[in-house]
Write a protein that binds this ligand. Structure first.
Ligand SMILES: O=C([O-])CC(=O)C(=O)O
Ligand SMILES: [Mg+2]
Length: 193
């Protein structure tokens, strides 16, 4: 498997900056404070509001992979809840990103699987399909292919094309060094009367 940085190693904002400030999934954020993830994408496209494809994904997804789901941006039905997240935990996947909604918010922090979504709703999912797994999908307007690097933190989710991972990491480290200089310069500022 490719070397993917561990969760929280690089800020999502900086990784996006390293891609000319692109690559951010619009409108998708963490469902509990402190949730961070990083790893290779395992992709699912599903009919909006239907989670049959997610259960299919759990038949083959591997430890550390991030389940990335295009649910059509639908916010009227939760694609997952506590029971699905329990499954994710047992399989030790790295996180879940939904261009769609989730439910059972109260139980999610203690399960510890990072869940990022567009919305929360108590309405449950349909379970009939159709769906596709392992195809290029869009989340928050950004394309994601299997094996792309996806990462999330308090600010949101970024997607790095697999072929660009090394270069983006190098650029992000350079940007972090530049930010340290700006921070030091800010600390030298003094008020003027
Ligand atoms: O019933 C469902 O499929 C979604 C849900 O609430 C859970 O996973 O706990
Ligand atoms: Mg439930």
């Amino acid at each position: 498997m490719h070397d993917y940085p561990p969760p929280g190693a690089l800020p999502v904002a900086t990784v996006s900056d390293a891609m000319e400030r692109f690559g951010v999934a619009d409108g998708i954020g963490p469902l509990w404070p402190g949730a961070t993830f990083s790893g290779p994408a395992f992709t699912v496209w599903t009919r909006p509001g239907d989670n049959k494809g997610l259960h299919a994904a759990f038949e083959t997804i591997r430890r550390g992979e991030i389940l990335v789901v295009n649910g059509g941006g639908d916010t009227t039905r939760a694609l997952i809840g506590e029971l699905v997240v329990q499954k994710a935990k047992a399989l030790e996947i790295g996180g879940i990103v939904l261009d769609g909604a989730a439910r059972d918010l109260a139980e999610l922090p203690e399960l510890g699987i990072p869940v990022f979504a567009r919305a929360v709703t108590p309405a449950g999912p349909w379970k009939t399909g159709p769906y596709r797994t392992g195809v290029t999908v869009a989340v928050g307007g950004v394309p994601v292919s299997p094996g792309d690097w996806v990462l999330g933190d308090h600010d949101g989710v970024a997607v790095v094309p697999r072929a660009d991972i090394g270069e983006v990491i190098d650029t992000a480290h350079r940007l972090i060094a530049g930010e340290a200089e700006r921070r030091a310069a800010n600390q030298r500022l003094v008020p003027r009367d």
